[in-house]
Design a protein around this ligand. Structure first.
Ligand code: MG
Length: 258
């Protein structure tokens, strides 16, 4: 089992990075692991913490139409250059937490995605350098108000509501090149989405390099690498689960805004 890096909140509301053990105990670190955090002699039992999103990025950079079959289902060819947009950090959400269905939308879609966590401050790096700047990998769900995305020329509203970026549950350092991503709704046994991450139009290294030509990426920043085909709508009270081989699964449920 790969090391699983988490971020947790204690019963006293303090926030720590840590290593999750198989018995659900968390060994605390003295800093984020990408900043050299070392293990402390402090452990939290399974009932002494709440899992948070596994990092606290300055920005979440997302990539649109990065799988050929998804571009096709959106009615367009894959873009010639990566198509990027931002999700505000206030979209961040954790495993097993609710996604809020906003009043302004009537169509809320899931988008299961592989997420990259950046290790260093980087600006204008080459793809060959990018591999060493990806500290680890986690799972994301790029929740999208599809009706608002179609209505607005900009995607900020459709992609930017609070709770619209479930991330986690943890970060692993390595992932296999052909890892399979699957998305399930409720108790369905057939996945709505199922694809290998090697089907991406632009690889993680190319994406990191491309984005770094535009903006400085900081340690702990997150890049969402795009969703495969099979997107679809969610209803209030649905449960949505994104699995990536070698990482685990990220599950959330939908509640109505009150
Ligand atoms: Mg997406």
């Amino acid at each position: 089992m790969a090391q699983r890096y988490v971020r947790v909140k204690t019963l006293e509301n303090t926030i720590h990075y840590g290593l999750l053990q198989l018995n659900r105990t968390v060994t605390l670190l003295d800093a984020p692991p990408w900043l050299g955090g070392k293990e402390l002699e402090l452990e939290l039992e399974g009932d002494q913490y709440e899992l948070l999103a596994p990092c606290n990025p300055s920005k979440i950079v997302a990539v649109g139409k990065n799988y050929p079959l998804h571009a096709e289902e959106m009615g367009t060819p894959p873009p010639e250059e990566p198509l990027i947009f931002l999700k505000p950090p206030t979209t961040l959400n954790a495993h097993n937490k609710p996604i809020i269905y906003p009043k302004q939308s009537h169509r809320l879609d899931y988008e299961g995605e592989l997420a990259l966590v950046i290790s260093d401050r980087i600006f204008r790096i080459a793809p060959e350098e990018a591999r060493s700047k990806i500290w680890g990998y986690t799972i994301a769900n790029d929740i999208t108000a599809r009706d608002l995305q179609q209505k607005d020329e900009q995607w900020t509203r459709a992609k930017g509501f609070d709770t619209f970026c479930p991330l986690g549950p943890w970060i692993v350092r390595e992932i296999s090149v052909g890892a399979i991503l699957k998305t399930f709704v409720n108790d369905e046994t057939d996945p709505r989405q199922s694809a290998s991450i090697k089907e991406m139009v632009f690889s993680p290294e190319v994406l990191v390099s491309y984005i770094s030509q535009i903006m400085t990426l900081l340690p702990g920043d997150v890049i969402l690498t795009g969703t495969p085909s099979g997107i679809g709508a969610l209803q209030v009270s649905d449960r949505i689960r994104v699995e990536i081989e070698g990482i685990g699964h990220l599950e959330n449920y939908i509640i109505l805004e009150t």
